[in-house]
Design a protein around this ligand. Structure first.
Ligand code: ZN
Ligand code: FE
Ligand code: FE
Ligand code: ZN
Length: 266
């Protein structure tokens, strides 16, 4: 059985990644992947929203870079996608983005739990210190549930991102997580096994085994992604992710083409 697709990787357009899509594609071939997908941070309607995404005017350039990789690497299936920030109120913008190009999938990610506070931003660690971790995690899962319910996304990205710096709630939040997973199941939205967590303070795949076990029991499909921000990270730690998926019971991952899901064996 071949490796599952790596559906989460970035490009220099987001201003914090390096290497052109053709270099990510070359690395994918090197590590034995047969399918990848680019999912760079989507632009916002206002370009000065933050400083870690492409400008709205660069969307066509992004698509061209991915098309170039597709042309240069015909032996590799390369999907065109975006990692889209889910923020309540941004739904119309997300729909507008969806109509601009023939995307294969959208990853919906919650980074922001409040205005100006992205839970994974190292520059915002002082914000974490001022807040109650339980409140941050609660808002995070409420937003993740709304993202799944919105039907705007095919995959939910790094579904327990607030653990990045190792800050956890002091109470069991299983019921909140279950609500999110049921919303994902009802809307045919997958969750990704994102290996970038292994490279962060939490030293753990997103999501954790507990959340992934619940996802399996509820019947939520999965995808895989290394969240590469440089070519060397493509497909990173996939053996560990595959092992985790299998050990909770998963036998299939899902692929997306033209925003339609199909299944492949792990
Ligand atoms: Zn990024
Ligand atoms: Fe992300
Ligand atoms: Fe990412
Ligand atoms: Zn990401």
């Amino acid at each position: 059985m071949g490796l599952p697709a790596d559906y989460h990787m970035h490009t220099p357009l987001c201003r914090h990644a390096s290497g052109e899509p053709v270099e990510y594609a070359a690395r994918a071939v090197e590590v034995g992947l047969s399918e990848i997908g680019f999912s760079d941070h989507s632009p916002m309607r206002v370009d000065d929203f933050d400083n870690w995404r492409m400008y709205a005017s660069q969307l066509d350039e992004y698509v061209e870079k991915v098309r170039k990789a597709q042309t240069d690497f015909p032996q590799l299936t390369i999907r065109l996608a975006l990692e889209v920030d889910y923020i309540p109120g941004h739904e119309d913008w997300i729909r507008e983005l969806a109509g601009r190009h023939p995307w294969d999938y959208f990853i919906g990610s919650v980074h922001y739990v409040a205005e100006n506070f992205a839970v994974d931003d190292p520059d915002k660690l002082s914000d974490w210190k001022r807040r109650d971790p339980l409140e941050v995690w609660t808002v995070y899962f409420e937003r993740l549930t709304a993202a799944a319910e919105s039907g705007l996304f095919n995959i939910i990205g790094h579904a327990d991102l607030p653990k990045k710096f190792g800050i956890h709630p002091d109470r069991d939040i299983t019921p909140l997580q279950e609500r999110f997973l049921r919303a994902a199941k009802d809307s045919d939205t997958a969750v990704e096994l994102n290996t970038a967590g292994l490279r962060k303070d939490c030293k753990e795949i997103y999501p954790c085994r507990h959340l992934l076990t619940q996802a399996f029991l509820i019947g939520v499909p999965i995808t895989f992604g290394a969240d590469a921000h440089q070519p060397g990270e493509v497909g990173m730690n996939f053996e560990e992710a595959i092992h985790l998926a299998r050990s909770v019971g998963y036998t299939h991952w899902c692929r997306f083409s033209g925003r339609t899901m199909s299944y492949a064996q792990i």
